[in-house]
Ligand binder design. Sequence first.
Ligand code: PXG
Length: 294
Amino acid sequence: MTEQIIYIDGKYLPKSKAVISVFDHGFLYGDGVFEGIRAYNGSIFRLKEHIDRLYESAKTIMLDVPMMKGEMEEAVIGTMKRNSLKDAYIRLIVTRGIGDLGLDPRKCPKSSVIVIAGTINLMPKEAVENGIKTVITWVRRDPIDGTSHEVKSLNYLNSVLAKIEANNVGADEAIFLNPQGYVCEGTAENLFIIKKGRAITPPTYTGALPGITQIAVIEVASKMGIKVEIRPITAHELFNADEVFFTGTAAEIAPVTTINGRVIGRGKAGEFTKRLIKEFPAYASDPANGTSCI
Ligand code: PXG
């Protein structure tokens, strides 16, 4: 089998040679940003939107991305082609680069860009089919005037802590409340509820990542004639929703059937969720919604 090819700073390297310094501040301090992107049948879903979000994350943390957006797109397509991939998970990373043992980013003269394309670690199929068991975690989502998850940074400890709690209590996923107590998102998914035929999803100002799948699902739902509201949700509304589901690059659309022991709807994927799950694959693999890599 030929070795996987990884892009690092303008070079395409075999996996065994694709290494980053232990003095990289991405490693030492979680100082950097990333994107997780999916390709369906040779079409990279919403690549331009992912690249725009990457540059926005970088701007907020004052991280210089040492290339134009067009070159970034070429690096992603180049990595896909060199690995002969059509269906893939793409991880795009920009780190602060090599510095010293001190967190001052001025010590890092050059940021690094990395593109990895491989297979995706999906949510377990049975979990998605039967519905996901969740727990609202004691860990609050980082506040918007702190290390806000509007920035897709390399520091995911907030999500890791919640995932550990979900694992410890035998749940598949965790749901975050924000510091004000409103429902925010999952560890790496946005969240929707369906109530009386309307879809409701929390806005970015609750502290959630502006999800690319979230926007796509809003578009699909609107086309299906489902009204969508973007507003904060309370835990009480969540428990009493007719349907709840997660959206994300890895999860796509995943029905939530249990929240802290409360059964949602009839305890299986609801009608709207099932319709969305049915409509989404055609939407995700439509070349009009992506960038070709073949
Ligand atoms: N919230 C957070 C905090 C995320 O990290 C989403 C929502 C969903 O956003 P998208 O744009 O994917 O619809 C994410 C996405 C990984 C991985 O490898 C993480 C994400 C996506 C893909 C892979 O951990 N996070």
